[in-house]
Design a protein around this ligand. Structure first.
Ligand code: BES
Ligand code: MN
Ligand code: ZN
Length: 478
């Protein structure tokens, strides 16, 4: 992680590297302000979102940052303005950005931090990031100071998740991943319990144990809590898929299919990333999180096709594809979460390629048994600028999971793969608990740079989760 130091000041420091000035497309076409409009026109700068333009005005280097049309400016536009400045300034030591009363400062700061991110842990010539400080010019109020702290906490949480996702599977083992969780939980207000192999056996986590059979690395189950200290506060449970590498098991993946499978702990990474920000954000909601961790390998005692697993909640599963492993470990996570009787459960997982077939790479698929809770998730994602699309969860497809041998099999038919995966998970959510499932297979890991970050781990869902937690109310019946 590579966050520069952020400072507030009334005006931009006189000799500070690059100075960013956000500007609407209207201001560009009206040629408003004291700018060298010929230079601007020569660069073809129109002021649209994501665009920038370098100018020398007097002895200062100014970077105009496009905001697009004035009537379409929202939090995501401000976030992208922050990213644009951070990218333009990546090779200088210090930069500043002009804000006014109209700016969404928290979103700008999220963008500055998200846009400064790069992952260099495995570069032998890794230089320290060049950009050391960013001055936010135009305000020093208490409210602004708080907005900066909040924006930094939220974006750093997402960057932590990016680090987890970007770390190779042979490096971020279940043991190391759990130790990273322990580091997060050192902050006050957080508590943690980590189960190793003997405890996982004792707890009868049959799904996690089944997947782990093909591995030489022991599994982990991380349980982390945030206690708000607020009397009568509702409790939300988070469950994240923590497959540190998905080779597919005996149903082995192709080379191409396996090449990005270090990303398969993206759901668990998002859960831990979100937890890491709670001591800074102090939501008035209790949060309990479960992350089962293992890789999915093909060792000599790997799960065999047709094996039957007995899961934490006693249900039995016939394994007909060892590559449908995420649902097996999440099943146990959802059972544990259900036993804690929270007001709602959300799980996050890079679960199915089918989610990308349906919605493309940018959207997460949302499934839920509760319209109120689903709407809370949709609102949280909208506020974060993250794309989700709700899909149906029809009971009529449950028969696709019927097994002649066990209570269910771990794969459905040829079609509707994300939906049958969600129906499988639903079998492990106790009756009556509002539950939502986010299949983040597409957006968790990107093959090229996005609006908010470089290619690789995106930190997707962390800021959605934080919004969901902060605004959470126990869902009503429907
Ligand atoms: N981790 C994969 C899903 C995935 C694929 C995530 C691509 C991100 C990018 C998951 O464990 C998996 O292998 N799912 C199978 C399920 C199938 C065997 C029913 C899939 O989608 O092919
Ligand atoms: Mn798999
Ligand atoms: Zn997987």
């Amino acid at each position: 992680m590579t966050t520069p130091e952020l400072k507030l000041s009334r005006r931009a420091p006189a000799s500070s590297g690059l100075h960013g000035v956000p500007m609407t497309s209207e201001a560009v076409s009206d040629e408003a302000g004291e700018f060298p409009w010929k230079q601007i026109a020569a660069q073809g700068f129109g002021g649209s979102v994501g665009e920038s333009c370098m100018l020398t005005v007097g002895d200062k280097v100014t970077c105009l940052i496009g905001l697009g049309a004035a009537d379409a400016i929202d939090a995501q536009v401000w976030r992208r303005a922050g990213v644009t400045l951070a990218r333009a300034a990546s090779r200088v030591k210090s930069a500043s950005i002009e804000v006014t009363g109209d700016s969404d400062l928290e979103a700008v700061v999220e963008g500055l931090v998200l846009g400064s991110y790069s992952y260099n842990d495995f570069k032998s010539d890794a230089k320290k990031p060049t950009l050391k400080t960013i001055t936010i010019a135009g305000t020093t109020s208490k409210k602004s100071t708080e907005a900066v702290a909040t924006g930094v906490a939220r974006a750093e949480a997402a960057c932590l998740t990016r680090d987890f996702v970007n770390e190779p599977g042979g490096s971020l083992t279940p043991e190391k991943f759990a130790n990273e969780a322990r580091k997060i939980a050192k902050q006050s207000g957080l508590t943690i319990k980590v189960l190793g192999l003997p405890e996982i056996k004792k707890a009868k986590l049959g799904g996690l144990l089944g997947v782990n059979r093909g591995s030489t690395l022991p599994p982990r189950l991380v349980e982390m809590s945030w206690r708000s200290g607020v009397r009568g506060a509702p409790t939300i449970a988070l469950v994240g898929k923590g497959i540190t590498f998905d080779a597919g098991g005996l149903s082995i993946k192709s080379t191409a299919g396996m090449s990005t499978m270090k990303c398969d702990m993206g759901g668990g990474g998002a859960v831990l990333g979100a937890m890491s920000a709670l001591p800074s954000l102090k939501p008035r909601v209790n949060v309990k999180a479960w992350v089962p961790m293992t890789d999915n390998m093909l060792g000599g005692d790997a799960m065999r096709m047709g094996d039957v697993l007995t899961m934490r909640n006693g249900k039995t599963v016939e394994v007909l594809n060892t590559d449908a492993e995420g649902r097996l470990i999440l099943a146990d996570g959802l059972s544990l979460a259900s036993e804690a009787k929270p007001d709602a459960i959300i799980d996050l997982a890079t679960l199915t390629g089918a989610a990308m077939v349906s919605l493309g790479k940018d959207y997460a698929a949302l499934m839920s048994n509760n319209d109120d809770f689903a709407a809370q998730v949709e609102a949280a994602a909208e506020q974060a600028g993250e794309l989700v699309w709700r899909m149906p969860l029809p009971a009529r497809y449950r028969k696709l999971l019927d097994s002649p041998l066990a209570d269910m099999k771990n794969i459905g038919g040829a079609y509707g793969g994300s939906i049958t995966a969600a129906l499988f998970l639903q079998e492990f959510v106790a009756e009556g608990i509002p539950w939502a499932h986010l299949d983040i297979a597409g957006p968790a890991f990107t093959d090229s740079a996005t609006e908010l970050g470089p290619k690789g781990g995106s930190g997707y869902a962390v800021r959605t989760l934080l919004n969901l937690i902060e605004n959470f109310t126990a869902p009503t019946d429907e």
